[in-house]
Design a protein around this ligand. Structure first.
Ligand code: NAD
Length: 498
């Protein structure tokens, strides 16, 4: 008997016996670990009704009291981070250390949200006009929906919900149906932290649940993270129905290596950022751009490092775990044949699975390296989202910039160089939202904001940081006069300041 994962509504697990379900796998063993219920529109309605009512009371609660709940949540999360990481590893497959890292980055957003009284302070202008004062405040939206991807089941929801809740909203989280248990753990922590029932709800599901969220009049905002086609769909459908939407999409992240770079450092970075979490990161490096003449040396340095990596069960101290599902593993693996057919050189073939430290039925593909990739190839154009790294060779810095800027995605990028001038030029020239200088995965700290450009983000406001506070609140400006309220008598002219 596998366990059944239900929804979490109004402070408790809620199951529907007749619901459709989806299998949740342990990707390291290939076995079905649980079945998750998939919500229909009626279930989404029920959750929204609860959230809307709970949110009305929650926003009235003082900032001091809200912050107490946030601090309690922060303490519980910090104390139980290893349990959460183990849940992530069991359903996602990423190695335990990496899972702990994602919990830590989520925790940092919770800590940022603990400072919400300061972040929500408005402005006050005394005497904007004669005896007239003006002040600005920010108020919550109401019910905020979060739709998250499989690859960061703990961190990505935490990019949004700590700030949504701190600013006085109620939340409906629709996590990926592939690894739904982290969301349930987080819901339980909120309950223990003293969050009133109904402020944080988890609704599991697939497209049907997403469509019900997009159609629901009482959902004010949608924060989406996932692949670009779905991000575009969510953005278009959500905004057409008057919702505020931020939809973060897919990526193809380039790492440019200039000839003066420390090649050892660059090769370490390419391997870490290319194969960490089996390449299933939106900030993974998937294209290394070698500015000649260093191509041969760089490829060799990457190849030798790859030979030392251990792929296997994330609970066994390996470097890299399995892919999320058998279908995804097959799709990623198909790109190895595609790349060879397209004429790229397959330097390291990840299909040799003899030394994998895990159950043979797990969803394995080892780190794979292509050289002589060109921009026309599908292995370059498509987001493969697996442990497949491609090296492109270009003759100059300008050619590297042109290549990166011509790509439709603009999530993250990095340059490796010892030339400060070249690095500064890169940060100016590059059309990408997050830039690393000798840093391969430039995920911003919690007090900045996370978001790419172009097909990597639809909407104007990024995740967390100051943009997160702006996203989850609406500005209001109040103009008031208390002295001489009869000022001016009848006058139908447009108000002027004096
Ligand atoms: P996905 O687009 O398949 O799914 C994301 C969410 O949308 C899930 O909750 C899923 O249930 C739902 N969904 C899937 N298909 C849908 C459809 N047709 N209609 C409506 N909803 C649908 O993405 P994924 O495979 O879970 O995650 C990997 C993708 O997410 C990659 O493309 C990766 O680059 C991207 N990602 C981006 C960022 C970022 O910050 N830009 C961060 C993490 C992941």
């Amino acid at each position: 008997m596998t366990s059944r994962i239900t929804h979490f509504i109004d402070g408790r697990p809620v199951g529907v016996d007749t619901a459709r379900t989806a299998d949740v796998f342990d990707p390291a063993t290939g076995t079905v670990a649980a079945q998750v219920e998939l919500a229909d529109a009626a279930l989404v309605d029920r959750a929204v009704e609860v959230a809307a009512a709970a949110g009305r009371d929650w926003r009235r609660m003082s900032l001091a009291k809200r912050v107490q709940v946030l601090f309690a949540f922060r303490e519980l999360l910090a104390a139980r981070r290893e349990e959460l990481a183990a849940i992530v590893t069991a359903e996602h497959g990423k190695v335990l250390d990496d899972a702990l890292g994602e919990v830590q980055r989520g925790l940092e957003v919770v800590e940022y949200a603990c400072g919400i009284p300061h972040l929500l302070k408005g402005g006050y202008t005394e005497g904007a006009s004669t005896d007239v004062d003006v002040h600005s405040i920010r108020q919550p939206l109401g019910v905020a929906a979060i739709i998250s991807p499989f690859n960061f089941p703990a961190m990505v929801p935490m990019w949004f919900f700590p700030i949504a809740i701190a600013t006085g909203n109620a939340v409906i989280l629709k996590p990926s149906e592939k690894d739904p248990s982290a969301a349930m753990f987080l819901a339980e922590l909120w309950r223990e932290a003293g969050l009133p029932d109904g402020v944080f709800n988890v609704v599991h599901g697939d497209k049907e649940a997403v469509d019900a969220i997009l159609a629901h009049d009482d959902i004010a905002s949608v924060s989406f993270v996932g692949s670009t086609p779905v991000a575009r769909y969510v953005y278009e459908q959500g905004t057409a129905r008057g919702k505020r939407v931020q939809a973060l999409g897919g990526a193809k992240n380039h790492m440019v290596v200039l000839p003066d770079a420390d090649l050892g450092l660059a090769a370490d970075a390419a391997v870490n950022a290319g194969f960490g979490s089996a390449g299933e990161r939106c900030m993974a490096i998937s294209a290394v751009v070698a500015v000649e003449p260093i191509g041969d040396d760089l490829v060799e340095a990457i190849r030798t490092r790859m030979a030392t990596l251990r792929t296997g069960d994330g609970r066994r101290g390996c470097d890299m775990g399995p892919l999320i599902t058998a279908e995804h593993r097959d799709r990623v693996t198909s790109y190895l044949d595609i790349g060879v057919e397209e004429g790229a050189s397959l330097v390291v073939d990840g299909r040799d699975l003899d030394d994998v430290d895990g159950d043979p039925a797990g969803f394995w593909l080892k780190p794979t390296l292509f050289d002589h990739v060109t921009p026309e190839m599908r292995i370059y154009r498509d987001e493969i989202f697996g442990p497949v790294l491609g090296v492109l060779r270009v003759p100059s810095y300008d050619a590297a910039i042109e290549l990166v800027n011509a790509n439709p995605y603009g999530n993250g990028t990095a340059i490796f160089t010892n030339d400060g001038g070249a690095a500064r030029r890169f940060q100016y020239d590059i059309e990408v939202g997050m830039v690393g200088i000798n840093v391969p995965i430039p995920v911003p700290v919690a007090y900045e904001s996370f978001g790419g450009w172009k097909a990597s983000l639809f909407g104007d406001l990024r995740a967390y940081g100051p943009d997160g506070v702006a996203f989850f609140t609406r500005g209001k400006v109040v103009t008031s006069r208390w002295l001489d309220p009869s000022h001016g008598g009848l006058n139908l002219g447009f108000p002027q300041h004096d």
